[in-house]
Every structure is written in structure tokens, then in C-alpha cells.
Write a protein that binds this ligand. Structure first.
Ligand code: SAH
Length: 207
């Protein structure tokens, strides 16, 4: 029997080199990543690398999930929109930081969304809301969001997502058509974005 809990806390310890936020490290130490990845990839669940999750998609490496959570500066009670549910792992880490009832996630592939819902329910994150659809449109019914992030790359921040984020709220996404940069943008009172570059990244493109 693998000692998943121990592997998980070791992973979280290793991430301390790159991530300072202890709440984020605690979230990584809490979410059972092995339950989110396909059975034949479980042995690699606590290695710090991306893994395939089906439908040609990948779950990001844990350090990338942790860095995104840190850069987003999530607090308890923040309402968060995620674009790209995938297997649901990143949403669960976010939920550890803001509370599961505050996380809204949109997934393009119905089969991934169904599996994610099932896993989230089974792992105690059933209060995360998952919708099938085009994440570029956001999820207007629950707007405004304090934080909005994409787990797939876009050429620019889609306008509906900017609209649905509150003033002084933060958006985070891999931006770019070939070369991608992780961009954090704060929404200003006049609706424009004040952007900050967090370096080169590689994500699957938005559909
Ligand atoms: N956060 C995920 C990683 C997902 S990979 C996890 O923890 O597993 C990126 C995801 O974005 C894929 O599941 C892909 O299907 C989804 N995606 C791509 N284009 C999309 C779109 N237009 N709307 C919503 N989801 C999209």
C-alpha cells in the first residue's frame, strides 16, 4: 500500500523552495492528487510533473498549481471562477483556500466535467460547482468574481471574463499563441487591466 499522505507532505515540503505561502503549501498537502489522476498514473501522482488526464488534456504540475494559487493571492470567502476544470485537482486546491462553495469552474469537455464532478464529490469537494461550456463566456450567473483564472492558454483575456471580475479583482492566465507568459492582471476602476508578467509557461490552448 502506498503511503499517499506521506508522499503528499513530502511534495508540499519540496515546493517550499518555490512557494512561500504556507496556506498554499497546506492546501497541496491536503488534496489527494492520486484520486484525481487516471489509475495507471497514480504512482506518479506526487511527482512534481504534469500528467495526462484524457481527452488530450493534462493536469498541471503541482508547482504550477501552487504558484498560480500564490500569485492569485486567494483568501477565505473569495469567489473564484476557474476556466478548465480538467480532472478537478486545481479547483480542489483553490477550494482549500477559499472554501468549496466559492469555486465555480467551467469545462469544455462534458466527459471531463462528469468525471471531475464525481471525483470532487468523492473527495469531499462536492460543493465546487462545475458547468460544461465554453469558458471564454465565463459564468455570468455567479459574477462578480474576486479572482478569475484559466488553466488553458488564451491569446488574451477574454472580454466576458474581464467583465465578470470585480473592480480591483485579479485575473490570471497563460497568455499567448505560441510562446505563453503567465500574466496576472488587476482590474482597474475604468475596466482596464494592470498586468504583471510571471514568466514563461506551457499550457494546453483554449478550445
Ligand atoms: N485545472 C485542470 C487542468 C486542466 S488542463 C486540472 O487540475 O486538472 C486545461 C483544461 O481546460 C482541459 O480540461 C480543457 O478541456 C479545458 N478547456 C480548454 N478550452 C476550454 C474552454 N474554451 N472552456 C472551458 N474549458 C476549456
Amino acid at each position: 500500500m502506498a503511503d499517499w499522505g506521506r508522499q503528499r507532505s513530502r511534495l508540499s515540503d519540496r515546493l517550499r523552495e518555490r512557494v512561500a505561502d504556507e496556506d498554499v503549501l497546506a492546501a497541496i498537502a491536503s488534496v489527494p492528487r492520486h484520486q484525481f489522476v487516471p489509475d495507471d498514473k497514480r504512482h506518479d501522482a506526487y511527482a512534481d510533473r504534469p500528467l495526462p488526464i484524457g481527452s488530450g488534456q493534462t493536469i498541471s504540475a503541482p508547482h504550477m498549481v501552487a504558484i498560480m494559487a500564490e500569485v492569485l493571492d486567494l483568501s477565505t470567502g473569495d469567489r473564484v471562477l476557474e476556466v478548465g476544470t480538467g480532472c478537478g485537482y486545481h479547483a480542489a486546491v483553490t477550494a482549500e483556500l477559499v472554501g468549496p462553495g466559492n469555486v465555480y469552474s467551467v469545462e469544455y469537455h462534458a466527459s471531463l466535467a462528469d468525471d471531475a464532478r464525481e471525483t470532487l464529490e468523492a473527495t469531499g469537494y462536492g460543493d465546487i460547482s462545475v458547468r460544461v461550456g465554453d469558458g471564454k463566456e465565463g459564468w455570468p450567473e455567479h459574477a462578480p468574481y474576486d479572482r478569475t483564472y484559466l488553466t488553458c492558454a488564451a491569446p488574451e483575456f477574454p472580454a466576458p471574463l474581464v467583465e465578470q471580475t470585480r473592480e480591483d479583482g485579479v485575473l490570471l492566465a497563460p497568455i499567448g499563441d505560441g510562446q505563453q507568459r503567465l500574466i496576472r492582471a488587476e482590474k482597474q476602476a475604468d475596466g482596464t487591466l494592470d498586468s504583471e508578467d510571471h514568466g514563461g509557461v506551457r499550457f494546453v490552448p483554449l478550445q
